[in-house]
Design a protein around this ligand. Structure first.
Ligand code: GLO
Ligand code: MG
Length: 347
């Protein structure tokens, strides 16, 4: 039995209450206002919200620094009034016409410059929102065809960009969110190992860590629980996007545990093992409603993911480790396998 127990804090982003559009069809639910999303987040028992820079300050590219700070302050006040923290801010570097062929790794120096300037603005917003955490999902840092970019030079560009961010704010901490593909054919930072290694090349490796998303690990053919264990053994897991994914297809962002409960159980066990959250880290659910979801059920994927997490936490804590270890010592993995299944199925 696990004796150490601690509690978890939860968050999601405004984009996780989405409208159902996909590349083949328009939205299926009306858009909700930010204020409505914030109120729901609180009601559902979540503790923080995560932001893209332009979730915090819409149309950020066309605003002066003063206007940007003013709007960020207004948001900060709204959050403080609601008793909700900002977990992180992430520069949305994949939407602009400037970043069609990549942001930090674009072949166009003007695009690279834009990406760095935008990232520094994101840090300024994070300061106003009182979070030190910047998340870098390196969406377009990769290629549609390998001959179009130089992989070694791209790695150097990534390090140089992160160095600029670290120099801009001595307190900022950067969590790299790896993903092996989508929107790119092949991404440069596909796994947590790549993310952590990249951090060690920067000017201040202590301030560069990682974020694991379950679906991204699955898309890389990896077990997210092993990714969590690996990152936590380096003290580098600073944020987490739990969700689920049915094998190698488009990034599905299904509710946590929806596709493979055992995989989800093992992620929770890995988090428990290393006491994820002990330094204030949040559990985020980067999930989306199924396109078919009706408006009345637009929050269910979030409430359900949190509930599944908490149920699996009970399962993880009630798992009879001593009995499992006996089976391990006896190399009786058949019995261990069945023991896990019985435990998950309940009586
Ligand atoms: C997409 C990513 C995305 C990021 C978010 C924060 O595959 O998971 O949702 O987590 O934009 O940067
Ligand atoms: Mg994510």
């Amino acid at each position: 039995m696990t004796t150490l127990s601690h509690s978890y804090k939860f968050c999601f982003g405004p984009w996780n209450i989405s409208e159902g559009a996909d590349p083949y069809g328009p939205p299926t639910r009306p858009a909700q206002s930010f204020d409505w999303k914030l109120a729901q987040l609180k009601q559902l028992g979540f503790d923080a919200m995560m932001f893209h820079d332009d979730d915090a300050v819409p149309d950020i590219d066309n605003k002066s620094p003063q206007q940007m700070v003013k709007e960020a302050k207004e948001l900060g006040k709204k959050l403080a009034d609601a008793g909700i923290a900002a977990e992180m801010v992430a520069p949305r570097l994949w939407f602009s016409p400037m970043t069609i062929d990549g942001a930090y790794t674009s072949n166009d120096p003007k695009a690279r410059q834009y990406a760095i300037e935008r990232s520094l603005k994101c840090i300024d917003i994070a300061q106003v929102l009182k979070t030190k955490l910047i998340v870098l999902w390196l969406a377009r840092e990769g290629t549609y065809l390998r001959e179009s970019k130089n992989g070694r030079r791209s790695t150097e560009y990534l390090v140089a960009a992160i160095d600029k961010m670290l120099a801009h704010d001595k307190k900022v901490r950067i969590a790299i969110e790896p993903k092996p593909n989508e929107p790119m054919d092949v991404a440069y930072i596909p796994t947590i190992g790549h993310a952590i290694a990249l951090g060690y090349q920067t000017r201040d490796p202590k301030r560069v860590g990682a974020l694991i998303e379950s679906a991204h690990a699955i898309l890389a053919g990896l077990d997210p629980a092993d990714e969590i264990d690996f990152a936590m053994s380096f003290g580098k897991l600073w944020s987490l996007h739990l969700n689920d994914q049915n094998g190698l297809k488009f990034d599905q962002d299904k509710p946590f545990g929806s596709n493979n409960l055992r995989l989800a159980f093992n992620q929770v066990r890995a988090l428990e093992r290393s006491r994820y959250g002990a330094h204030g880290e949040y559990v985020a659910f980067d999930v989306h409603p199924f396109r078919a979801t009706k408006e009345a059920h637009t929050l269910d994927h979030l409430a359900n993911s949190r509930r599944t997490f908490l149920r699996l936490l009970e399962k993880a804590r009630a798992f009879d480790d001593a009995a499992a270890q006996k089976l391990v010592a006896d190399r009786n993995y058949q019995a261990l396998d069945q023991m896990v299944l019985e435990h998950l199925m309940g009586k």
